[in-house]
Design a protein around this ligand. Sequence first.
Ligand SMILES: NC(=O)c1ccc[n+]([C@@H]2O[C@H](COP(=O)([O-])OP(=O)(O)OC[C@H]3O[C@@H](n4cnc5c(N)ncnc54)[C@H](O)[C@@H]3O)[C@@H](O)[C@H]2O)c1
Length: 337
Amino acid sequence: MKEKKKIYLITGAAGFIGSNFIQYLYKKEEDIEVRVLDKLTYSGNMESLKEFKDREDFSFTHGDICDEVLVDELMQDVNVVINFAAEAAVDRSIESSRSFLDTDIGGVYVLLEAARKQKKLQRFIQVSTDEVYGQIMSGSFTESSELKPRNPYSASKLGGDRLAYSYFATYQMPVVITRAANTYGPMAYPEKVIPLFITNLIDGLQVPIYGEGKQIRDWLHVSDHCSAIYHLIENGESGEVYNVAADQEFTNIDLTHKILALMKRDNSWITYVKDRPGHDFRYSLDCAKLKEIGWNSEYNLIKGLEETVEWYQENEDWWRPVKEKMDQRYIKGFWGK
Ligand SMILES: NC(=O)c1ccc[n+]([C@@H]2O[C@H](COP(=O)([O-])OP(=O)(O)OC[C@H]3O[C@@H](n4cnc5c(N)ncnc54)[C@H](O)[C@@H]3O)[C@@H](O)[C@H]2O)c1
């Protein structure tokens, strides 16, 4: 007898990482059904999913992960759930955090409750973030490091992260939690630093650096982020957390110099602007646990940036309409001069 198709429910897949993940998944597997649920908030973009919309093994539902009736319906017979849906921007959470609590904690609860009823569920991946650890001045966070989130976004993500764990501990649900580093690549919403700087430079605008640009981030290419999540569907152990990073730590000013060099501009294109309140100084992840089960990254920052610059240069029809509608404060530095 022919095996039934594996059914995936992927939430937030009109966003940056989720849409890249759908591309990745269809390259890896053929006999699957993919159901996407996305609220299409400011960062959700149907253009990122347009190549899939006519496929018979793909469906898109416009809706909220907090909607219990809708989530119950979409969860029927699902084998794998991957929750990318989130309010996911630190600056926005500092201005107003209610929607972060609703989606990043309340929405995760609704998904977990609906998934708990599914007899065929093989994996529930809660896509968390390295920001749940807070900042680290030296060394790297392991999965058992203390959790000290420092802004409403990361605190809300930690709520969802630990709630997902509790459904493993309490109901033996096959939950795996990922905590990945700052991710970049094609189809990222242009208020994020890398696409913001690339698109500003294409438009002949200055690039705004928060503070002195000394903060350190560990950069992960989106295709490495996707391959880690895919690897964990089969190879992750239920109830476990996995850090995901590529060992690519750079200060924001170094990162900016690299983008400027790739785009053949000098330092006069930099404007220093007011820093984010409580700006985390450094993130750094130890990924030994994920490497031990056979995952490795493929991208270093230079290769990744070259491809990303090229993608934004060649895909103005994707980002220009998005950037026109974007909060224009980002273009000059969100917190002002
Ligand atoms: N981008 C990064 O650097 C990074 C790093 C580590 C972890 N993460 C996590 O990865 C996930 C995806 O991040 P991203 O950068 O792709 O974000 P994104 O903002 O590009 O995408 C989020 C998507 O979720 C959708 N969404 C928001 N609220 C929803 C709701 N209530 N119901 C249904 N859909 C909703 C949005 O419409 C959007 O399509 C998030 O959970 C984020 O915390 C991101």
